[in-house]
Design a protein around this ligand. Structure first.
Ligand SMILES: [Cu+2]
Length: 119
């Protein structure tokens, strides 16, 4: 009769799961223009986002079928609940993605995106 002498792999989770900080205090994208997953007829006159809390917007980038889109206005890094800009030239038909990044008042980095199509 064989007898197992192998030690049980007593793997003790010696670390605690580091839970992410509560999302409650964090900034959400409330709405956007164009709306997320919407289709607009022709090039939109403005591209805008609203947040549910103040945010220090650091970057706001639009990309489409022809790559990055030049914008008339850039974020100013001041605390704001709203940012809007416009494409510098007419947007060609296609899918566009808007990615923004900013700092919540507590300094945490927030980011999100919305997408729309131009036809
Ligand atoms: Cu935070």
């Amino acid at each position: 009769m064989t007898r197992s002498t192998g030690a049980l792999p007593t793997v003790i989770a010696a670390f605690m799961l580091m839970l992410p900080p509560s999302l409650m205090a964090h900034v959400q994208q409330e709405r956007s223009e164009p709306e997320h997953e919407s289709t607009v007829d022709g090039s939109p006159e403005r591209i805008a986002v609203w947040f549910d809390q103040d945010l220090r917007l650091v970057s706001f980038e639009v990309s489409g079928p022809d790559g990055p889109v030049a914008l008339r206005r850039r974020p100013e890094r001041t605390l704001t609940r709203h940012f809007e800009t416009a494409p510098s030239s007419t947007l060609a038909p296609g899918e566009y993605t808007v990615q923004w990044r900013g700092l919540a008042e507590d300094g945490h980095v927030m980011l999100d995106e919305f997408r729309f199509s131009v036809r």
